[in-house]
Design a binder for this molecule. Structure first.
Ligand code: SF4
Length: 480
């Protein structure tokens, strides 16, 4: 299961950089910071600066300064000028790589957790992933878990007590502080409904990331607490039984997921349950043409409950296995074409559907050749970022990265920072790691323990740290 705790923003009309650039000289003049003779040159530099941070958001300020060929005093004046013109900020967050800003960075900036990490401040993790599944019925070929790895059923009772204690511990100031995912498949834990009910009772909005193979009517009857979820987000692994089998190894699994989701649609409409239904779909190599069938599938689900259409879909790419994570020009062109057709067809057949294209597909649709963030062992942070997020598995083990919390995963142990249980609460486990100054030195291959979110957070922290070290503390990180 891959988690994405993104918030989504639509493009801001009129905020394309080319549009902003047209009126920029007037805006620059209106600030009164620049002499009339300098307005043209300053405007050009501001456009260049907005372009840098709209396409490569994790650029360090010194690097941007060098690219613009400016001295420090001039660059500082430019940053000041930039901060006075809100349309430029809009152009950056609406740029080809804007999803890094809107989906991840700015939300975390708002709550100050990046500074907490850099200052090694002890705070409760902003996000806590609960990974309660003891097993999974699928064997996805790209899944990092060791085939067949699972937790013992005997761990369930104690594990669920531990999760209940974590739910009690999480401060209520962030209603979206917890989500349920894996690791393995959460719905294989029969106590999940009760845990969700407990969390919802405290006011949390819990999103469940699931493959929905087990989300049948009987499950929803026997675990009423599941109706207290804020959202169910189903990872789709294909659009036919054959495609599903090729990915998950399980026969007939698409038919079952499809039937479960259609029935779920009817039941939530009958109950008038506020629970949201979302999907997530990874565009696997060679399957871009299937995007049209994806719209048909969603339209079919909508027919099961015409008044409660599917709420959202998150499309993601799979660049794994390609050198540098890059697509060939042909693949790129095809994917861009298919994505645009998908958008048009969805607008027609599933108009209520909110579509999030994620970091990479968003830029690809814009025709921009932006580079995805790729953290390597040498750019991983030995102190990681537990103040931003941690993951807790069924044994109470606390992991620093989202793809590390799978049982029996070679090397993942080094990213386990302690165990919630009689020996300590989650806050104590994290505090011990932070205040103890513990450092985990990455080894080759460890970067695969980071998902896209962990990578973006790591890149942001590295950027901020470099900016501060370069004497740009006041402006560190560019936008905040
Ligand atoms: S095998 Fe299970 S846990 Fe792994 S990706 Fe597939 S559904 Fe998720």
């Amino acid at each position: 299961m891959t988690v994405d705790t993104s918030t989504t923003n639509s493009a801001i009309p009129g905020s394309e950089l080319s549009v902003v650039a047209d009126t920029l000289p007037e805006e620059v003049a209106a600030t009164g910071l620049v002499s009339p003779a300098e307005i043209g040159a300053s405007s050009n530099r501001l456009v260049a600066l907005a372009h840098i941070y709209g396409t490569t958001p994790f650029t360090q300020l010194e690097q941007a300064r060098h690219e613009l060929g400016m001295d420090r005093a001039g660059f500082e004046r430019l940053l000041e000028l930039f901060s006075r013109i809100p349309a430029l900020r809009d152009a950056v967050v609406n740029g080809p790589s804007g999803r890094y800003w809107t989906n991840t960075v700015l939300g975390l900036e708002k709550v100050g957790v990046f500074d907490a990490v850099l200052n090694r401040k002890q705070i409760f993790p902003h996000l806590v992933g609960l990974y309660p599944g003891p097993t999974c019925m699928f064997r996805c070929h790209f899944c990092v878990r060791v085939t067949g790895a699972r937790y013992q059923a005997s761990a369930l009772a104690r594990g669920n007590d531990m999760f209940a204690s974590v739910i009690d511990e999480v401060p209520i100031n962030n209603r979206d502080a917890m989500y349920v995912s894996g690791g393995l498949e959460p719905l294989t834990n029969p106590g999940l409904g009760a845990l969700v009910r407990k969390a919802a009772g405290r006011g949390f909005r819990i999103v469940l990331y699931t493959n929905s193979f087990a989300l049948n009517e009987q499950k929803l009857k026997s675990e009423q607490g599941l109706w207290d979820l804020h959202a169910v987000r189903t990872s789709l692994y294909g659009l036919t039984d054959e495609e599903y089998q090729a990915t998950t190894g399980k026969k007939g699994s698409f038919s079952r997921v499809r039937a479960n989701l259609a029935r779920f649609q009817q039941l939530r409409a009958e109950r008038e349950a506020p629970i949201r239904l979302g999907l997530s779909y990874i565009v696997l190599p060679g399957r871009a043409r299937r995007l049209s069938a994806l719209v048909d599938f969603i339209a079919e689900l909508n027919e099961a409950a015409p008044d409660r259409p599917v709420d959202y879909i998150n499309l993601r790419e799979d660049y794994s296995g390609r050198p540098d994570g890059k697509l060939s020009p042909d693949e790129r062109a095809e994917l861009q074409d298919e994505l645009n057709q998908f958008r048009e067809k969805a607008a027609e057949r599933t108009p209520a559907l909110h579509i999030d294209y994620g970091y990479a597909l968003h830029s690809l649709m814009r025709g921009a050749d932006v580079q995805l963030v790729r953290i390597r062992p040498e750019t991983m942070r030995p102190s990681a970022h537990p103040q931003v997020s941690v993951q807790v598995d069924l044994l109470g083990d606390v992991y620093l990265y989202r793809e590390a919390a799978f049982p029996g995963l070679a090397g993942a142990d080094r990213y386990r920072i302690g165990t919630v249980g009689p020996g300590g609460t989650l806050a104590q486990v994290v505090d011990r790691f932070v205040s103890g100054g513990v450092a985990v030195h990455p080894q080759e291959g460890d970067e695969y323990f980071l998902d896209g979110f962990d990578q973006a957070v790591t890149a942001r922290l590295n950027q901020m740290e470099a900016d501060i070290a370069d004497g740009w503390g006041e402006w560190r990180g560019f936008l905040r």
